[in-house]
Design a protein around this ligand. Structure first.
Ligand code: MN
Length: 499
């Protein structure tokens, strides 16, 4: 699990010298109370750092520089308790390199009807102070999140939570390394993309290693480590009889453990946050990594099959964002449909590699044939995904921009048992309903590969796309196909002009 408390969000209050020392002291006290309350709130997963009130262009510039170069600062929260003339903010905002949340709040929740006087009005004027600040940020065409409401309001805390998680995912991408073993699956379009543009836009690098480099590491794995890991498999999963120690196919379980240990070593020593492989390039590998990919995802690594580096990076970002929340995030593929008019469903799965973090109950560890790749039968974890609200997120390279597409779904328990299906699987109903959801996905050019999330919401991913400066498209409860097509057309014009 990735520890989000290592990340800092700085709470910065703007004001000016007009009001005198006494008012500024009150501003500072109130800001400190709010910052400390956010820092203590159960819903806020990161560390909130109170910063002294900024009152001059120099102070504003300095704090924006400091936030931009600070290793642990993942974003800033700004609030104008009083009026902070916004031309003072221009030079600071120009240099700011971290995501910003503008918290449009007020220290008091209610108007003190019987006591309110002009002193109170002078102190509590964010209703117009925040408008002045908002104008400047809009005038500068800067992305930011605006959250409105009383600072103890649970909805406000939830919005800050999801924004902070998006900022953590974004921070995690900066300088991140992803490794590809082999190229993209031959002739596949959507898993391709511009890796140079991705590094420029997203901050992570994607580089290749011949699968032989990995095989060499796998072959050096010690027998004692394999013993330990196969025991861990038997303790944690319902391992099939034939795979258990002393039984016919135990050697295959040991091969799978050896692959997992080799991959883990390779990732740790190369300082990688995720990887891709492809069944078309497994020279020297005994099996396609199945349980290895599933468990490495479970440990927080990004992964996607068939050389799909964009999805591998997205899985890693979403694992960072979802860290500590119940439920999981996994590589996923829309596999096959149930077109029963009364219960239309998508069955999501992959050849093997679905993350154990989304499992409902204890996975079983099994071995079955795999019709592609030409290698030995791979060991894999088989389970059903948990029921409940979820979403699929997909990243495409549209040629002149990246598009992050999200479809909100509702996962359901399997209608019947699936005794012959040898892979982990999830059943879901897309919003707004099957036909519109799938049509909109196809019109938006959505990939067959996604990151499936049980614990992040669409707003979090919209915040994330905003931080990256890329297009965000949502298919949700209110999607209307006519409006959706227009949105795609209008976005096309916007990104042509804004390129
Ligand atoms: Mn696939």
């Amino acid at each position: 699990m990735i520890n989000l408390k290592q990340f800092e969000v700085w709470f910065i209050t703007g004001s000016q010298h007009l009001y005198g020392e006494e008012t500024l002291q009150q501003v500072a006290r109130h800001s400190q109370v709010i910052a400390e309350s956010l820092g203590r709130a159960q819903q806020i997963p990161v560390t909130v750092i109170f910063k002294p009130t900024v009152k001059t262009p120099d102070e504003i510039y300095r704090i924006c520089v400091d936030a931009s170069v600070s290793t642990n600062c993942i974003g800033i929260i700004t609030w104008m308790h009083t009026f902070s003339p916004a031309k003072m903010w221009i030079n600071g905002l120009k240099i700011l390199q971290k995501p910003m949340l503008h918290l449009h709040t007020q220290f008091n929740r209610d108007i003190p009807w019987s006591d309110i006087d002009m002193d109170f009005m002078n102190l509590n004027q964010s209703a117009h102070g925040d408008r002045e600040f908002g104008f400047m940020v809009s005038r500068m065409r800067m992305n930011r999140k605006v959250v409105v409401g009383y600072w103890k309001d649970p909805e406000v805390l939830e919005q800050i939570n999801m924004w902070a998680r998006a900022a953590a995912g974004w921070h995690d991408w900066q300088g991140a390394r992803f490794v590809r073993f082999g190229d993209n699956m031959r002739q596949v379009a959507v898993t391709e993309g511009d890796k140079v543009e991705a590094e420029y836009k997203f901050g992570y690098s994607v580089n290749t290693h011949g699968v032989g480099d990995l095989v060499k590491i796998i072959n050096e794995v010690a027998d004692t480590d394999i013993d330990r890991l196969t025991k861990e498999y038997e303790a944690k999963y319902s391992v099939a009889e034939e795979l258990k120690k002393g039984n016919a196919r135990h050697a295959s379980l040991r091969d799978a453990a050896k692959i997992e240990l080799g991959l883990k070593f390779f990732l740790e020593h190369g300082n990688y946050k995720g990887f891709t492989d492809t069944f078309e390039d497994l020279h020297g590998m005994v099996q396609l990594p199945g349980i290895a990919a599933q468990r490495l995802m479970g440990a927080g690594y990004g992964f996607a099959g068939e050389g799909d580096w964009k999805t591998a990076a997205l899985v890693r970002a979403m694992k960072t964002m979802g860290s500590g929340l119940p439920g999981g995030n996994s590589f996923m593929e829309d596999y096959t449909y149930h077109f029963d008019p009364d219960n239309q469903l998508v069955l999501g799965a992959h050849m093997l590699e679905i993350c154990e973090s989304i499992a409902d109950g204890k996975p079983s560890c099994e071995i079955h044939a795999l019709g592609i790749g030409g290698k030995a039968d791979p060991v894999r974890l088989v389970f059903n995904g948990s029921a409940g609200p979820a979403l699929n997120a997909s990243m495409m390279d549209m040629g002149n921009r990246f598009r992050l597409l999200v479809n909100e779904v509702f996962a359901v328990a399997p209608v019947e048992s699936l005794p012959k299906l040898p892979v982990a699987r999830v059943l879901w109903r897309p919003y707004p309903e099957m036909k519109t959801g799938c049509a909109a996905w196809i019109l938006a050019g959505g990939a067959h590969h996604t990151c499936y999330s049980q614990n992040l919401n669409a707003e979090c991913l919209e915040d994330f796309a905003g931080m990256a400066g890329i297009e965000f498209v949502l298919i949700g409860k209110n999607t209307d196909i006519y409006q959706f097509k227009n949105e795609l057309r209008w976005n096309e014009v916007y990104y042509q002009l804004n390129h």
